[in-house]
Design a protein around this ligand. Sequence first.
Ligand SMILES: [Zn+2]
Length: 411
Amino acid sequence: MFCDKIFESSYIKRIVQDEGVISKCKCCGENNIKCIDEKKLYQILEQIIDLFEPDEDLRDHVRCEIIDEIEDEFDVDFSEIELEIEDKLEELVERRLNTFECTLSHNINRFFKVFSNRISEEMQNEVLNSVLEHSKYYNKYLASEAWIFKFDNSGEITMGLNEIKNTIRYDNRFCINISQLFDKHYPWKLEEVLTDHAEIIHSDKKFFRARLGCEMTEDEFYSEKIAYDRENIGKPPKQKAKNNRLSPVGIAYLYLSNCINTSISEVRPFLGQLVSIGEFKLCKQIKIINFSKNNIKIDIQKDMDIESEIKKIIVYKYLQNEFSKPFDPQKVDLEYVTLQILGEFIKNLGYDGIMYKSAMGEGGNLLVFNDKHVKCIGTELVKVNNIQHDHKKYDSFSDSEIFNEVFPLFS
Ligand SMILES: [Zn+2]
């Protein structure tokens, strides 16, 4: 029996209040409190549990990897070794899978915030495991098996977006209607997918823009290096506007970043180079589409089609990735085209800008279509004294999307 205090989701809390019976809570030990039982909790979570499936491939992959490792290390041929080693091997597979943290209870906890922080992670997993006993899979697969998120392992949801991208690249570019193309592949309107991520940015928010180099003051006695002034740190004049992520040659939008370091890394300086930084303030609140969000909350309601909501988020995540991924400089012309068309579509819906993650660092970038909404309030000259790079050994498994993806919170 579980009381409502252990849940984060207001939706579950409501159900406990409406349908619970007075009992003792198994987690917090409180007596005479409204509780729901495991079966009821299973019914609530069923839709979520159904979003995961056991992953046989991962298990096999881990098994082969371990065998390879042992064969390498001890210079043996595994096929010649006695079978009693099987059990040991299974134990190793199990342990490795746990380090991948891909058990069902772990994944539910990771992708959907069901429980409040009041109860420990161990307890959360324990509760989920006891709930999973009511799952239709339970007899077939133990709760400790490898489970993955059902969607888009084969790219079926994002396939439509790939086709749109290829149409724009290789078939028709100037006479297409991107929302009509989208309609052909998806049950929702492109506008609807975007509007879900519309946000207001308030006018007190500050942004930065960097420009390589500086100006020289010159008078009779000495010259000094100073930052470009406010008039010369904004967007380039349209005659000089180059092909950019969201704007083709000739169309000049203002690109800003939400932190100084991101703005500096966006202009790719070398060590010791001088960079002029402009600080910008919004003159009014602006309405943007935010492609930089990590955690997306679904406000779960009764009878909601969670699966459809999640598919929509996968589409958003795909677009988010397109906005922020680093492109090969040799190929950017073609890569940018789809984003430029999407950017123009967003502008024509009446939005003032687009926020997206930087491909060059942690921060976020803000593209403002009309620079009249923004004012430069000052500039300064800085010297780049450190360019940091970090690395780790490439591992295709931890690199695969399912382990890096951040899924919606169950709110
Ligand atoms: Zn409790």
